[in-house]
Design a protein around this ligand. Sequence first.
Ligand code: FAD
Length: 473
Amino acid sequence: MINNREVRKLISSKIRKQFVAIVGEENVLDSESSLLNYSYDATPGFQARPHCVLAPRNVFEVSEIVKICNANRIPIVPRGSGTNLSASTTPSKGGVVLLFKNMNEIIEIDEANLTMTVQPGVITQRIIEAAEAKGLFYPPDPGSVNISQIGGNISTNAGGLHGLKYGVTRDYVIGLQVVLPNGEIIETGGKLAKDVAGYDLTRLFVGAEGTLGVITGAVLKLIPKPEATKTMLVLFEDLETSAKAVSAIIENRIIPATLEFLDQATVRVVEDFAQIGLPTDAGAVLLIEQDGPKEIVDRDTERMAKICMETGAMDVQVAQTPEEAYELTSARRTALSALSRMKPTTILEDATVPRSKIAEMVGIINEIAKKYELTVCTFGHAGDGNLHPTCLTDARDTEEMERVDAAFKEIFEEAVRLGGTITGEHGVGEMKLPYLSLKAGEAGVEAMRNIKFALDPNAIMNPGKMFTAKQQR
Ligand SMILES: Cc1cc2nc3c(=O)[nH]c(=O)nc-3n(C[C@H](O)[C@H](O)[C@H](O)COP(=O)(O)OP(=O)(O)OC[C@H]3O[C@@H](n4cnc5c(N)ncnc54)[C@H](O)[C@@H]3O)c2cc1C
């Protein structure tokens, strides 16, 4: 924890005055309660106080702040809504937390080019609704859609329930405005469908977790809104059968808009929480949604129901009204909240494997949970092979936490062994930095490190994230 004297040491009264001159006194938050508020995010077990929290009002203010921080080697942690699950906004080296509450405007919806230009602080759900109001569609929809900000989504390359058919945030970011660590403002990409002028810097900043610069604006790609949607719940006796059904659906050349699964433990907890009549006796449940022209949605829904029954499903329930469909999808979205009620600490992980290995991976997760005597519930994006093994535990029990760490290390190793990755959508942050080389290899991490220090030689942007202390400068 940083004490008051350290606050004064890093941010002298002269620097504080400069910050006030840039953003105004009301946007400099350095009371005890503010520093405490921004000392943690949604990731359990990580906490570190910043020295100061600033809420700039435009890109020029961001640029001025960054220049001061760079000259004085003050760390900067850009922060959206803090919903990340990899400790990527805990200010592990102190410094300035940057908020975007004053930069939360939708600047433009361009119906001719099918783009939306936004500031980083816009809540994701607002983007989806603004697109829908024009008959358009912005598909990336992380489970945190009602709280997360687009700047956070872009910086973690967030996935979501539509990932299988429509891709992830990366696939919808076609232009960015970024303040580099030296304070320069750059624009990458734009409204163009084609643009190969130099390196693809847009892609570089997507998923960079605030380690390369501050995103101050984005151009998002929109697509026409699908005409119709149908949602169904399919019940299975066990997870292996549900995994077979997932493969069979895709082998039959159907790509559903949503293909999510919940294991029995998760279904029971979600039903207890949401009380919407989920079948607690099923060993596994698939939530399937299709969208598109009505006749294709009807045809695909019928074919998927048939494929599931032929693969051994116990029952198929198709939502009859939009309200019923909404209840089913919200059941999946509330999984984390529901599980969080069970024990003091909920650690949700993000191991991802090729789709064909889901059943094997869930089996391995259950074995590992048994070996380390832990309660692990698993749900996730079946269509993407993106599993969320969620450990219900208690961070105050240090002996149990050691077992949790050992179990997750084994889970990541097994995921990589099966051709998967240590994180499908949550990012590396501080939580997963020991495992990055498992996936990227030492040479891969070194290449990333070279990019980082070429752009940010003073390591002011979100230090302590992505790279281990040994890999830092
Ligand atoms: C209930 C729940 C469900 C979730 N479901 C999903 C899911 O389905 N899919 C998924 O991918 N994730 C999911 N997440 C994780 C998380 O919500 C996402 O990663 C989300 O994208 C983070 O957005 P945020 O605004 O909270 O960003 P934050 O958590 O505040 O920040 C995330 C990262 O982005 C950086 N950052 C933020 N703004 C900027 C900026 N303007 N410039 C540069 N860097 C910036 C931060 O430094 C940090 O590294 C879920 C989390 C919760 C709590």
